[in-house]
Ligand binder design. Sequence first.
Ligand code: ATP
Ligand code: FE2
Length: 331
Amino acid sequence: MLCLGIEGTAEKTGVGIVRDDGEILAIKGKPLIPEKGGIHPREAAEHHARWIPVLVREACHDAGVEIDEIGLISFSRGPGLGPALRTVATAARTLALSLRIPIVGVNHCIGHIEIGRLTTGARDPVSLYVSGGNTQVIAFNQGRYRVFGETLDIAVGNMVDQFARESGLGHPGGPVIERLARESSGYIELPYSVKGMDLSFSGLLTAALRKLEAGAGLEDLAYSLQETAFSMLVEVTERALAYTEKNEVLLCGGVAVNGRLREMMETMCSEHYVDFHMPPPEYCGDNGAMIAWLGHLVYRHSGPDSIRDTGVIQRYRTDEVDVPWMSESPG
Ligand code: ATP
Ligand code: FE2
């Protein structure tokens, strides 16, 4: 059976088609790149409304299937921006009703973890989920993905994006900062803030912006931001590993494409003799395939949602969701 997944929690529209055995047949995406400033929720919603029909057609073409061969519709019901989520949900309901097929609404964050497990073969990892909206250390325990630690203020991706925007580097900041960091000649001291398994990035952002104003070089600041933030991420992941006694680490979310973060995590994992997994870059950031694959898992264990239960959940927490498929094969 084929599931078509629609993603649109933030500024990227994604559509994917995945078979129930995990074969990914299509992954199409279209990011909204703002000319200046950040992402406006209404503009994100308009972007999704414009691109979902196009990407659905392109995904069917790539997969070599007709739309009526799709057997299940899955969509990200949260967490995310309200107007963006509602546009995605409306598109998903319209497709399911017109094709007369079942629908499931799924949790975006768990989508990142499940596509990571599918594409890397990780079984029961400590997951570090790092993106523009989220920074969480997650591990499966007693039927759910539990959040062992998370950011107490802004997400690491958001911190990097804000720094880039304020320095005139555009959006998204992650790739530019990574490139600039490679040209640095030295580390500039920045605040390092870890509390147990929780983290804080806003002080780091403010300090970096102050140093920029005071004349510090952009390359050195980019390097120092990365080294400080990523060391914090490695520390909390290491602590979660020790606590849970798991023997795998999975990196996921949009920031997981960063080469320096991958290198630092890999070093920590090899020091502890645990397996390190990182998905191919196209499955790290928001994409429709992760929603389609999670749709299969949810549908298989819990059946479809009724249309009246497909409302969006803007603050949908990772640990609110039962994950029965992990209880069957947790490790
Ligand atoms: P979520 O809803 O899960 O928070 P999101 O809307 O932030 O997702 P993602 O595609 O998961 O979307 O992540 C986007 C983030 O990844 C942005 O903050 C972007 O700057 C960051 N990013 C992208 N490439 C890199 C990179 N090379 N290094 C660091 N960060 C990166
Ligand atoms: Fe995401």
